[in-house]
Every structure is written in C-alpha cells, then in structure tokens.
Design a protein around this ligand. Structure first.
Ligand SMILES: [Ca+2]
Ligand SMILES: [Ca+2]
Ligand SMILES: [Ca+2]
Ligand SMILES: [Ca+2]
Length: 141
C-alpha cells in the first residue's frame, strides 16, 4: 500500500465522522466455525488493531488496520481484490462487498462496508469501539 493510498484511507475515515469498523471483522468477514475460535479471533484482531492499547478502536487505528489488511490481500498491488485471490473468502460476502458488480472489490468498496459496520457497532455513538461493542456487534451477525 502506497503512502497515497494510506492518505486516501485516512481522509475517508475523517469524512465518515468517526472511527470505522471492526478490525475484528477480518477482511471480507471470513466465517469462523466454533464460537470459541470466533471469540478468540475477535479478541486477537481487536488487540492487534488497538495499537495504543487503550481498549478502544479509534478512526486512525481502524484505518491503518484496514489498509494493512487490504494490502495483504491485494497481492498484485493494483488496489483491487479479485475473487480468485481470496481463496478462503465467502463468495456471498465477496458479492455483498462488490457494489458495482465488476467482479473486483476496490478499496473504496471495502471502506464503505467498514464504515457501515462501524456505525452499526458504535452503539453509544462516541466515535470509538470498545471490545464489548465489537463483541455485541459480532454476535448479531
Ligand atoms: Ca486504541
Ligand atoms: Ca489485486
Ligand atoms: Ca467492484
Ligand atoms: Ca462506542
């Protein structure tokens, strides 16, 4: 991910008026079977994204985490994910991300999804996500 891309993410986050989503929702929401595994994954994802360790995910923390996750999936670095590159992705999840149905998921499409999830998860509207908010959001999925 280039510096320019990262700037784009950060500016999108600012425009969204709050932190984005759920680092815990691994990119493309790969479903995890057992509840305990799921919970562990949620905790690990949350802690990884919470870089200052204050127990809340902020806009900046989510942006950096999302950018890193996207870059990791975008193996050829063209800022689009294609279905074949996502071996473990849920095809239904992929389809729901691909708003313009071109068979690719752009960074903007991922961020839109993250923003929607964040706003839904931030139940007290304070612009940050606590672990409990993430957990409650995930348990409703
Ligand atoms: Ca934090
Ligand atoms: Ca790509
Ligand atoms: Ca698309
Ligand atoms: Ca909150």
């Amino acid at each position: 991910m280039s510096v320019a891309d990262r700037e784009t993410v950060l500016s999108m986050c600012r425009q969204s008026g709050g932190a984005l989503v759920v680092a815990a929702l691994v990119l493309l929401g790969t479903p995890v079977g057992a509840q305990t595994v799921n919970e562990q994954a949620t905790r690990l994802s949350f802690e990884a994204a919470d870089t200052d360790g204050d127990g809340r995910l902020t806009e900046a923390e989510i942006a950096v985490d999302t950018a890193a996750a996207f870059a990791a999936e975008d193996e050829d670095g063209n800022s689009h994910l294609v279905r074949d590159a996502l071996q473990e992705a849920d095809p239904a999840a992929f389809k729901s991300l691909d708003d313009n149905n071109d068979g690719k998921v752009s960074f903007g499409e991922v961020m839109r999804d993250k923003i929607e999830d964040f706003e839904a998860a931030d139940t007290d509207d304070d612009g940050t996500l606590t672990y409990d908010e993430v957990r409650q959001f995930e348990s409703k999925q």
